[in-house]
Design a protein around this ligand. Structure first.
Ligand SMILES: NC(=O)c1ccc[n+]([C@@H]2O[C@H](COP(=O)([O-])OP(=O)(O)OC[C@H]3O[C@@H](n4cnc5c(N)ncnc54)[C@H](OP(=O)(O)O)[C@@H]3O)[C@@H](O)[C@H]2O)c1
Length: 306
């Protein structure tokens, strides 16, 4: 079996590459295209067609996205293209070459006012990113009707720069000791990226076996935490002072961040069988440990990270 993973240089794409290790996998990148990843601009239909024509994959996973708020604000056209146009073009490419498609979407398609959200609940995104993810879902569905769309909440796991996840950015703030206010209203469900990638692999396997799953699936951890609560957990676990961290409501009062998008995920285990859960309390320490100092590991920060 052959798989193409678009967006394989990113947080989720790297784990998805590992999860598809039993297949012959080709991963793509854009600005970070070090070998063995292949450089592909996912906003170019020709570039996608060339790659898919050469590899002739059985399955395609789309982990391309632009989720950095600084880019949404500074370069909205680029962010829209990376989220919407790329999704449509990859879906058209997958459909054209007869591959099964798993497309990654987000819990931000919901407004967060009435959790938990089943996959068939009506989306109502509050911000541009959520609207783009929803437009992408519609485009994928139109171009590739049998694609599986997997909505995920905020992810954490091994990172290459502190701002790659909220959790590691919070760890940096806890470790830095400078006064900081963190939202204590909006509830997030940080999900380990390897767990999400494993679900993605199982979903692809089910699609390849012709299992009918419904077009949208949800996966999420069950433990809800605000950013402030995450900071307190980090401080307690590493015996660090937390007096400089104050509880605030900035995300909630902004009006464009959903308060609680808890995804109802009952359908997936029912369709795929039991999924091993990674518990946040056990999994978060190794993810944040290297980032508790202001400098972080030698790799440092990605220049354009928000
Ligand atoms: N991270 C989360 O908390 C989270 C939560 C829910 C849903 N999601 C969704 O999951 C997916 C993956 O997210 P992620 O966290 O892994 O994002 P990420 O770390 O920012 O990675 C994004 C990937 O997309 C690639 N990319 C961006 N623009 C591209 C373009 N024009 N052409 C080709 N590739 C392009 C990037 O390539 P280069 O880096 O090489 O440029 C990178 O491989 C996205 O759809 C995101 O919306 C993420």
């Amino acid at each position: 079996m052959r798989a193409v993973i678009f967006g394989a240089s990113g947080l989720l794409g790297r784990s998805v590459m590992d999860a598809f290790g039993d297949m012959t996998v080709t991963g793509t990148a854009f600005s970070r295209s070090a070998s063995p990843l292949v450089a592909v601009d996912a906003t170019s239909a020709d570039a996608i067609a060339r790659l898919l024509g050469r590899v002739r994959p059985d399955v395609v996973v789309n982990c391309v996205g632009e989720r950095r708020p600084a880019v949404w604000a500074a370069a909205p056209d680029r962010a829209r293209a990376g989220n919407v146009d790329a999704a449509r073009l990859i879906a058209e490419g997958a459909h054209g070459c007869g591959a099964r498609l798993v497309h990654i979407s987000s819990d931000y398609v919901f407004d967060g006012t009435a959790p938990p959200y089943r996959p068939d609940r009506l989306p109502n995104p509050l911000n541009a990113y959520g609207r783009w993810k929803l437009l992408a879902e519609h485009a994928v569905h139109a171009a590739c009707p049998d694609a599986a769309i997997l909505r995920l909440p905020v992810l954490y796991g091994p990172v290459r720069f502190a701002a790659e996840t909220n959790l590691t950015e919070i760890a940096r703030q806890v470790g830095a000791g400078a006064p900081v206010e963190l939202d204590d209203v909006c509830v997030r469900y940080p999900t380990h990226v390897d767990e999400a990638a494993g679900v993605c692999r199982r979903l692809a396997g089910a699609l390849l076996q012709g299992q009918r799953l419904g077009s949208v699936a949800h996966w999420s951890a069950e433990q809800g935490l605000t950013k402030y609560r995450m900071a307190l957990l980090i401080a307690r676990r590493f015996h660090l002072p937390a007096g400089h961290v104050r509880a605030g409501a900035a995300d909630a009062v902004s009006g464009d961040r959903p308060v609680d998008c808890h995804l109802d995920c009952q359908d997936l285990p029912a369709a795929l069988g039991p999924v091993r859960r990674r518990l946040f309390d056990i999994e978060f320490p190794p993810a944040v440990d290297p980032w508790l100092t202001t400098s972080g590991p030698a790799a440092g920060r990605r220049k354009d990270a928000s």
